[in-house]
Design a protein. Structure first.
Lengths: 367, 260
């Protein structure tokens, strides 16, 4: 049992903090090892392709979390940027004969440029209004890409040539794309991590908590929101482009789908938008669950019902997501850590003493 | 001494609000020709019943509310009609009523947000050391979530945040609100320490006795004017002040005040 003074001065947790840091490092290394080993552990080509899909979701959700996690602006329309990224990559290859990888990067930059005016227009409104504005763009793009058949392939879709030569077999393709997605995910995570620790990140998080207060402290809120929105669109477009190169076929109805945007939101909320690895964890769970339901119930809508139920559970029982919920649980079970519960108990004792002290003061005043 | 202080004593004051008239929207005026002056390295406490306009004085001083008439001077320089950002630049830092820390952010992030207008990293580090020395809680709980701190501790984080810009005058709106007596006592001690460290404080306090005990000068506000002002100790000794708070009678402008 530690004394109250230790809790207040925080000498105790410092020892725990080194342990936490070590545990985090071990966890990170285990995660990296798992990702590297996955293709060789996968029993067949199908499981490997599921792995690629989940990785793609992880990149999309992490990219979404640049806006959602830092600023708290919930965009349901991020499919705009993944879809545009995919189409831009495909069209650059097909119509301009650009190298596939260069096309993917160029597509990311083009989408980032498009995101500037979109952000300027949509980031003026907050809350539910922002959600609706973000959906509007997806619907517009869906109509445009379906109708403009001569350029985009329309509803018939667009076939993209594979970037690797034909003598690379299918499992080999999956493996390469799995690692490419993992690399893109690593870059996105690294970028998120760096922002989270920076002055820029502090300003963004202040916007999430109270935008007006942040502004009153001198945070250039609008510029910050716009910059992080463009970064988010850039990574989302790269994810869309990479997926298009792997999948080899684009159809507007799937590319510009509200569902894709909703999945990014669900995955991030499930894992925890304030945590670096939250969207990744959410993507693994949601991605796996979706593939499971699709495999079990075929082409029915059962997976959508399951996703709806999952979202309900998250909102009801873990509004902050799995990672914060687990962190709280661990803190509660671990006596040496200064959890909130322990602190409030210490404070209760302190307040009792304060009340007594206050009574004494009152008596003095009366005397 | 009557409500007006001699007007010629200009540059002796860090902050002067002169003949301020202000109100919200088209409603009646809240401040009706109010004058308050804050000398360097002092705590000036505004007391008065609800609706007297105490918080409005701070909003006018921090630029959140533009006065309809009157002048605001900082160090003798006219800063009337400037917005919140430029008032902050002029050296007026406002700590809002209630709890205004960012609860989901760490203490360090909260404090660094106060330095958002400062670009020089060395200066920020220097200010961080300064506020850590002034508020031990800030140093001890540097990486805790601000929301996990008690109300009194959160208030100290807010003080630290407001001091990051090296303000000339800190405007404190009811810092003891919602705090238990011990935590409130600590907060008042911190206010005195801020003054001793060279920052003037314009304090609005519902708990008039504790506020005046901390302050050097006091102003009693009612109906948008300063009715009595003078050394805080004299106001404390004035028995009519208690009656004012009991609401038994309004102060009679012709009644004898603290100093003959």
């Amino acid at each position: 049992m530690r004394s109250d003074s230790e809790l207040v001065t925080g000498h105790g947790p410092r020892g725990g903090r080194t342990a936490v840091r070590a545990a985090r490092l071990v966890g990170l290394l285990a995660l990296i090892a798992l990702v590297i080993a996955f293709p060789s552990m996968a029993p067949d080509s199908f499981i490997l392709s599921v792995g690629v899909v989940i990785m793609s979701y992880a990149v999309l959700a992490t990219s979404w979390n640049f806006v959602g996690g830092f600023t708290g602006y919930v965009s349901l329309g991020h499919a705009s940027y993944s879809g545009l990224g995919g189409y831009a990559t495909a069209l650059l290859i097909l119509r301009a004969d650009v190298n596939p990888w260069v096309a993917m990067i160029l597509a990311g930059l083009i989408v980032a440029a498009i995101a500037v005016p979109v952000g300027i227009a949509s980031l003026r409104v907050r809350g539910a209004s922002f959600v609706i504005v973000s959906i509007a763009l997806v619907l517009i793009l869906l109509l445009v890409f379906q109708s403009w058949g001569t350029f985009t392939g329309g509803s018939n879709g667009l076939r993209i040539p594979r970037p690797f030569s034909d003598d690379v077999l299918r499992p080999e393709q999956h493996e390469r794309f799995f690692y490419l997605h993992a690399a893109l995910l690593a870059v996105a995570l690294l970028c998120w991590w760096a922002i989270n620790r920076s002055r820029f990140g502090i300003g963004l998080k202040a916007i999430r908590e109270d935008e007006d207060k942040a502004q009153s402290l001198g945070v250039p809120t609008f510029a910050y929101k716009l910059v992080v929105f463009v970064i988010s669109a850039f990574f989302t477009a790269l994810a869309g482009g990479l997926y298009a190169l792997w999948f080899g076929f684009l159809d507007p109805i799937f590319q510009f789908s509200i569902l894709v945007g909703a999945y990014m939101v669900l995955m991030s909320l499930l894992g925890g938008i304030r945590s670096l690895f939250g969207p990744l964890l959410g993507a693994v769970i949601v991605g796996y669950a979706m593939e499971f339901f699709k495999a079990q119930y075929g082409d029915t809508q059962a997976h959508l019902i399951a996703m709806g139920a999952l979202l309900g559970v998250v909102v009801l029982f873990m509004p902050d997501g799995i990672i914060p919920a687990l962190t709280n649980l661990v803190n509660r079970l671990r006596p040496q850590a200064a959890s909130i519960r322990e602190l409030s108990a210490a404070e209760l004792a302190e307040q009792r003493r304060e009340a007594e002290a206050a009574d004494d003061t009152k008596e003095e005043v009366h005397r | 001494m009557a409500s007006e202080q001699p007007p010629e004593a200009h540059d002796e004051y860090l902050l002067e609000l002169v003949d301020i008239e202000a109100g919200y929207g088209r409603a009646a005026l809240v401040l009706r020709g109010l004058t308050v002056r804050v000398p360097p390295a002092s705590v000036v406490c505004l007391v008065g019943p609800n609706g007297a306009g105490k918080s409005t004085v701070l909003k006018v001083a921090s630029g959140m509310l533009t006065p309809r008439s009157g002048r605001i001077l900082v160090g003798g320089k006219d800063v009337t009609r400037r917005g919140p950002q430029r008032m902050l630049d002029a050296g007026l830092s406002h700590v809002l009523q209630g709890h205004s820390v960012f609860k989901e952010m760490s203490v360090s992030e909260n404090v660094l947000l106060g330095a958002y207008t400062i670009k020089d990293k060395a200066e920020i580090a220097e200010r961080v050391d300064f506020v850590k020395g002034l508020f031990p809680v800030v140093a001890d709980r540097w990486s805790s979530l601000a929301g996990a701190l008690s109300g009194g501790q959160q208030k100290q984080v807010e003080f630290a945040r407001s001091l990051m810009v090296s303000p000339r005058v800190v405007l404190l709106d009811e810092p003891s609100m919602g705090l238990d007596p011990k935590a409130a006592a600590t907060v008042f001690e911190q206010v005195a320490r801020m003054r001793d460290a060279g920052t003037a404080v314009l304090l609005v306090e519902q708990n008039a006795r504790r506020g005046l005990e901390t302050a050097d000068l006091g102003c009693v506000l009612d109906l948008g004017r300063v009715h009595i002002s003078g050394p805080a100790a004299d106001l404390l000794a004035d028995s009519s002040l208690g009656e004012l708070y009991l609401g038994t009678r309004r102060p009679d402008p012709t009644a004898p005040t603290t100093t003959p």
